[in-house]
Design a protein around this ligand. Structure first.
Ligand SMILES: [Mn+2]
Length: 461
């Protein structure tokens, strides 16, 4: 059932996005895509080997753990979501790919359920060999013998580091038997980052789904917003909508910030109540197949912007649109930021908060009290996704297949210079944008952002 059919009033603006809202289903890894990624990476590895780890669920408190979420790089290549696994790629050798997985005892099966056996894992995941993880230190010397260069994630995975250094020592000691130890360790994260920055077809399928569900969550939050509700309630409703549609949950901590709370950029406490006359800022994204959306919308709790709020909102919205227009091949995150700044500085002048012209306001950073953050980050399996921001001393030029956020805002401190109606108001409008060979594609268009659309939706659920 879509939002539109659930809404007997069927307001006009709903029609424009309801087709985007995905039907509920459960995510499953695209194992063919993982295999294709492994062969793509293998071609780049040449004679080198690569080690990655799924990781372990972190401790929550005492002997309880957080829900497990595999390492993005590991899952990107292996498609396996069980904790404790290690992936080895060594192209051109046999086996060319190997997974080390925990072996379950009866007690583990009783508490956590049965996981795929070694044979099932090898068959399902399409790797050449599966070993028990307990044999990692035993097998690794043999598997790295004669390989000079090994990629592993620096300083984030003690299991792999320990095993790799132990293997190197074993092979060095075996010199007289003809064994040859690796001499060069490289950071696997940099290699994976380059690959993940340009989204492949499977990554885009997952990311589109994540962003569509994120948009559906924002619409649900807008409809549920009314004076007297709690920030916590809106957060729960939004995340309910994510999970109801098959998302694993939010891809990062949800921000629901009413009124002045929006001036705290990463406000996640959700301890406030929604008051008529205030704005509500919601920054939230759903995770689907480990890819996450990242959308921010700001709307009036009582359903109507005040004239001063609307003026400020329209400035932020114009900046958002200018930033999106600059999201083209050859542009850069710096250029997008600059495009937003020009609109924001011009707007701050019309509000009487900045006296200087746009160039001087940018040069002197006169916007900083009202816009203290940057405009964009890469988006993908990590909300602040991997990929270099600077290449050879300059902002990385955008290429088709990059996905990034455009998230300008305006935040008004409680000071004398700020008109009384705007004191404590915080606005941010964030979209997820795909760089294409042509016009930028706004993946998050399913979340309404025009004043009329917001005013028609808020409180209607
Ligand atoms: Mn963001």
């Amino acid at each position: 059932m879509t939002s539109r059919t659930r809404d007997p009033k069927g307001s006009q603006c709903l029609r424009s996005y309801s087709w985007l809202v995905p039907e509920p289903s459960v995510a499953a890894p695209d194992l063919a895509a993982c295999a294709a990624r492994r062969s793509r990476l293998s071609a780049r590895l040449g004679d080198a080997a690569l080690l990655l780890s799924a990781g372990e669920p972190p401790t929550r408190s005492g002997d309880t753990r957080y829900r497990f979420r595999p390492d993005s790089n590991f899952y990107y290549l292996a498609g396996a979501a069980e904790p404790g696994g290690v992936l080895l790629l060594r192209p051109g050798r046999a086996p060319a790919s190997a997974l080390f997985l925990p072996v379950q005892d009866e007690r583990d099966v009783l508490y956590h359920g049965r996981r795929p056996s070694a044979d099932e894992a090898r068959e399902q995941l399409g790797v050449d060999a599966v070993f028990p993880i307990a044999q990692l230190e035993l097998e690794l010397p043999r598997l790295l013998d004669g390989i000079d260069e090994v990629y592993l994630p620096f300083s984030t995975c003690p299991v792999i580091e320990r095993a790799a250094f132990a293997a190197i020592e074993r092979l060095r000691a075996g010199d007289r038997r003809g064994e040859v130890a690796p001499t060069c360790l490289r950071d696997a994260r940099a290699l994976l980052a380059e690959d993940r920055l340009v989204k492949d077809a499977a990554a885009m399928t997952a990311l589109r789904r994540a962003v569509d569900i994120s948009a559906a969550g924002h619409v649900a939050a807008m409809r549920a917003t009314r004076p007297g509700r709690l920030e916590l309630e809106i957060e729960a409703l939004l995340e309910h909508e994510f999970r109801r549609r098959g998302a694993s949950g939010p891809g990062y901590e949800t921000i629901v910030a009413a009124g002045i709370n929006a001036n705290t950029l990463h406000y996640t406490a959700a301890r406030g109540a929604l008051a008529a006359g205030d704005l509500l800022l919601v920054d939230a994204g759903a995770e689907w197949e480990l890819f996450t959306g990242d959308i921010t919308r700001t709307f009036p709790i009582g359903g109507r912007f005040t004239p001063a709020q609307r003026d400020a909102y329209e400035i932020a919205l114009a900046a958002n649109e200018a930033g999106i227009a600059a999201t083209v091949v050859g542009s850069s995150l710096d250029a997008i930021h600059e495009a937003c700044l020009r609109v924001l500085c011009d707007g701050l002048r019309t509000l009487g908060l900045v006296q200087a012209g746009v160039d001087e306001a940018i040069e002197e950073e006169l916007y900083k009290p009202y816009y203290p953050h940057k405009t964009s980050h890469w988006l993908g399996a990590d909300v602040h996704d991997v990929g270099r921001y600077t290449v050879q001393g300059r902002a990385q030029p955008l290429r088709a297949g990059f996905v990034l956020t455009v998230e300008p805002g305006l935040y008004f401190p409680v000071t004398e210079e700020v008109p009384a109606e705007l004191r404590g108001v915080g606005i941010r409008i964030e979209d997820d944008v795909l760089v294409t060979a042509g016009a930028p594609e706004v993946l998050s268009a399913g979340a309404p952002k025009r004043v009329a659309e917001l005013e028609a939706l808020v409180g209607q659920g």
